[in-house]
Design a protein around this ligand. Structure first.
Ligand code: BES
Ligand code: ZN
Length: 631
């Protein structure tokens, strides 16, 4: 073939490519106008895994501490249908500089679609027949929603800066362009360069020592969903607890955390006995600074946890049982979309309860169940008065909404009590056998509510017509509120608290004679909540002077007490509330306090002035939620 001919041939190919590319671009741009979300299977992702499915990521990122951005590239390997010509990724606030095929160094044509206020922008990458990977070069925005960059003053030790990510539910796209849909699972490797002298950690194999170069490499061999991508860096130290587990924390926090979570190995052993081998090699916990917006986040191999559970009395360790349980329910078998969120959280809450029973005994866990039941009743009543009873169904419809709207007691506790109800009908050992086989059969896969119902019927309920009738599966899953068949938990420990309170309110006992010896955090919480149902402002004042609730260091107690004080118009503890709101960024605590404040004009004004300052230390998730309340 002559040189001229090759030139002509190449030109023809190029011309064809341009035509195809333009058509593809037109196809998607036209499509975009009609419907923002292209993937029919996941309402919160623009990606197209049914055409092109990402299977592996190779991340290479520099942490730029001065500019507060991550900069580098991600190479994505994928499987695709022969007919597929475009890879669609989710992004949010990312600066994309180029996309290429790393094997051939050929640039790939790309463009970003219109920005959606909740879902970000789709990134379209045009693929040739031979492209099986695409490398995206990008930089995050300094206010990337998933990332929080903390100044030294915002950390525990106050000596160094700190960075952490929170990807669930749909924030991974703000730091990694990816198919941000829980049903898409991939393995990943990463190279991260941080400040020399800092540690970097991910939801993957992790270093245990600071490396003076600041360069770290990571490997996650098991397939995970994008919402489980996690990164943190700072002056972080490590201490082992058991043979395969340990704690990462700022040096000044490490020993307290190690003491608090001493039962971690026991929990792993009990969990594995219940529902099968732990599949993720190590289980470590990273204790974050107090602005972390959640109690815990089940990042595989490395749970992220709030320091507010380090109370010095091990009263909040159920958080570890919970995040550990996600290693099965959530990380191993994952909700197909956020509409099936209860399959993650309801199962995990049930599993958490079973671990807690094994490690700490039944009477301890009964208290937690009663508290959860009461909260659930309150949530349902509030949802009723807000006219959003559709959100009290286990199966949610979160189309066109932020999946964080599904984050309520419904998924967690209605879900858990549904499994308790099944347990009552079929017996513990049958249910355990079923759950163990459920996890095994769907290992490293995903599940939607309908698939679960089919599996439940086939593997369990069809075996006994009586069970099937009593289970009332549809009512639990698709019905509003709590079915009448729900079993209300009881706790003899909390009954004692009822008696004490009764004596107080009937005047037969005063504060001095109230026997609170042996009270744990759960007794106090129950006492405060039940007291709040009948208390007067004067009584609140007496109680605060006597019990000093406003000055406690236990965030659970403070939160309940502050919300009650605000509701009853007791204002003497405003300085303590202000300082609490400035120190803690955990959404669970911020929400009830700001919500109570927002109920009066005076409260709302005060809340806004506090928030103006405090929000500088909150993660975007908390800023968003509190702004909603105060707007
Ligand atoms: N996966 C959740 C946290 C989450 C849910 C983050 C949805 C973003 C969107 C985690 O496992 C969790 O449930 N945390 C609880 C802990 C508790 C139930 C022990 C929390 O943060 O309060
Ligand atoms: Zn959870």
């Amino acid at each position: 073939m002559s040189f001229k001919k090759i030139g002509l041939y190449t030109k023809l190919v190029l011309l064809l490519t341009v035509i195809v590319t333009c058509q593809t671009e037109k196809k998607y741009k036209d499509g975009e106008k009609k419907s923002k979300i292209i993937s029919v299977s996941d309402p919160h992702s623009f990606s197209n895994p049914d055409q092109v499915r990402v299977t592996h990521l190779n991340l290479d990122l520099n942490i730029d501490w001065n500019k507060k951005v991550l900069r580098g590239h991600v190479n994505l390997d994928f499987d695709k249908k022969t007919s597929a010509d475009t890879l669609i990724l989710d992004t949010r606030n990312l600066k994309i500089s180029k996309v290429e095929n790393r094997n051939t160094n050929k640039p790939l044509k790309f463009w970003l679609g219109n920005e959606h206020p909740i879902f970000g922008s789709p990134l379209y990458i045009v693929l040739g027949e031979k492209d099986h990977s695409a490398c995206v070069f990008y930089e995050t925005s300094p206010d990337a929603e998933a990332l929080q960059w903390l100044n030294p003053e915002q950390t525990h030790d106050k000596t160094d800066a700190f960075l952490y990510s929170q990807s669930q539910a749909i924030l991974a796209r703000s730091w990694v362009p990816c198919q941000d849909a829980p049903a898409v699972k991939f393995t990943y490797k990463a190279s991260i360069r941080t400040k020399p002298g800092y540690l970097a950690l991910m939801s993957a194999s992790n270093p245990q020592k600071i490396n003076e170069t600041g360069n770290y490499t990571f490997n996650m061999e098991q397939p995970v969903s994008s919402y489980l991508l996690a990164l943190s860096s700072g002056k972080i130290a490590f201490k082992a607890i058991g043979k395969d587990c340990g704690i990462y924390a700022e040096p000044g926090m490490l020993d307290k955390a190690v003491w608090e979570f001493a039962d971690m190995q026991k929990m792993i052993d009990e969990a594995s006995k219940l529902y099968g081998t732990y599949m993720w090699n190590r289980y470590d916990v990273l204790v974050l600074p107090p602005s972390f917006p959640f109690g815990g986040m089940e990042n595989p191999r490395l749970t992220f946890a709030t320091p507010t559970v380090i109370t010095g009395d091990r009263s909040q360790v159920s958080l570890i049982a919970h995040e550990l349980a996600h290693s099965w329910s959530g990380n191993f078998v994952t909700n197909a979309t956020w509409n099936d969120f209860w399959l993650n959280e309801g199962f995990t809450n049930y599993f958490e309860q079973r671990i807690m029973e094994k490690v700490y005994g039944k009477s301890y866990d009964e208290m937690r169940q009663v508290l959860a039941w009461n909260d659930l009743e309150k949530t349902i009543a509030e949802m009723k008065s807000d006219g959003i009873m559709a959100d009290t169904k286990l199966k949610l419809d979160l189309r066109d909404r932020n999946p964080d709207d599904g984050l309520s007691d419904i998924a967690y506790d209605k879900g858990r009590f549904f499994l308790c109800h099944l347990e009552k009908i079929v017996g513990k050992s049958q249910l355990d056998h079923f759950l163990k086989s459920y996890f095994k059969a769907h290992a490293f896969g995903f599940m939607d509510t309908e698939g679960f119902i089919a599996y439940l019927n086939h593997e369990l309920l069809d075996k006994n017509p009586q069970w099937k009738k009593q289970a009332m599966v549809s009512q639990w899953i698709y019905g509003e509120g709590m079915p009448v068949s729900a079993i209300k938990p009881i706790s003899s420990e909390l009954k004692k608290v009822d008696q004490i309170l009764n004596a107080y309110f009937t005047g037969s006992s005063g504060l001095q004679t109230m026997d609170t010896s042996g009270f744990t955090t759960h007794h106090w919480q129950y006492l405060i909540r039940q007291f709040g149902l009948k208390a007067t402002q004067t009584q609140v004042k007496h109680w605060d002077n006597f019990f000093k609730f406003s000055n406690r260091s236990n965030a659970e107690i403070c939160c309940d007490w502050y919300a009650l004080s605000i509701r009853l118009g007791y204002k003497q503890n405003r300085p303590q509330i202000e300082s609490f709101l400035n120190q803690v960024g955990r959404r669970k605590f911020l929400m009830p306090i700001y919500s109570e404040l927002a109920k009066t004009n005076e409260g709302k004004l005060w809340a806004n002035s506090v928030f103006k300052q405090a929000k500088k230390g909150y993660h975007s998730v908390s800023v968003h939620s509190v702004s909603e309340i105060l707007k």
